[in-house]
Write a protein that binds this ligand. Structure first.
Ligand SMILES: [Zn+2]
Length: 227
């Protein structure tokens, strides 16, 4: 870039040289925010001239950083409980924001944690933070789900449960590490529908950014919680 370039040209150059953080940098929430910004950028700004996108991005990035700081400050545990005594494993990929078809074309607002034995009711779903039970009950897409509002306002969404831990009710306080229920394969139909897919936990994280509820990519946060 020439030394006498205009600020607009510099912005454009900055935008083009935008780099994704590496896997090793995931412990830094600013890098996490940048990574999510990259996905949001592709989705939202694809048809906008680059320099406009970049100018908007700086403001959005500040919002994402705050949101990640909020989320990360509350989170303490991995959302599935297991110790591998019998060789159990849980696996997941970065499927956030990929296309989904059931219930109309939509985006995948979470990560699916798959279990090694595919047995409903075997693996506990664990609260990853202190918080309050805000939602329970059936959703066509989510099956038996539970939603926890964390201390600093993030919403943690656990879907496709086989059952809830006995005695839990909306409004109850939970602590990080508390069992919320057991993983299953419920959803994609009327109440009680099971077995339309393999047992897994669909796990979503939502935060408010300027009054709008936004889905955050749980993938890097899960990697961080697993460390
Ligand atoms: Zn899912």
């Amino acid at each position: 870039m020439a030394a006498n370039s205009t600020p607009l040209e510099q912005n454009l150059e900055d935008f083009r040289s935008f780099e994704l953080p590496t896997e090793e940098e995931n412990d830094n929430y600013r890098k996490l925010a940048l990574r999510q910004l990259y996905y949001e950028q592709r989705r939202t700004f694809r048809k906008v001239p680059c320099f406009f996108a970049w100018q908007l991005d700086k403001e959005i990035l500040a919002g994402w950083e705050d949101a990640y700081a909020t989320v990360l400050s509350d989170l303490k545990c991995f959302p599935v409980g297991y110790d591998g005594t019998y060789g159990e494993t849980v696996s997941y990929e970065n499927s956030w924001n990929l296309a989904r078809n059931y219930g109309g074309n939509r985006r995948h607002e979470g990560v699916d944690l798959m279990t090694s034995n595919n047995k409903p009711g075997y693996f506990p779903a664990v609260s990853i933070c202190d918080g309050t039970i805000e939602k329970m009950g059936w959703l066509e897409l989510g099956g038996y789900r539970i939603g926890i509002r964390s201390t600093h306002g993030a919403y943690l969404y656990y879907a496709h449960l086989d059952s809830y831990r006995k005695g839990l009710a909306i409004g109850d306080m939970v602590k990080a590490g508390d069992i919320l229920g057991y993983l299953g394969n419920t959803g994609y139909g009327k109440e009680g529908t099971k077995g339309k897919f393999d047992v897994h936990l669909h796990f979503g994280i939502y935060v408010d950014i300027e009054g709008k509820e936004v889905s955050v990519n749980p993938y890097y946060i899960l990697k961080w919680l697993e460390q």
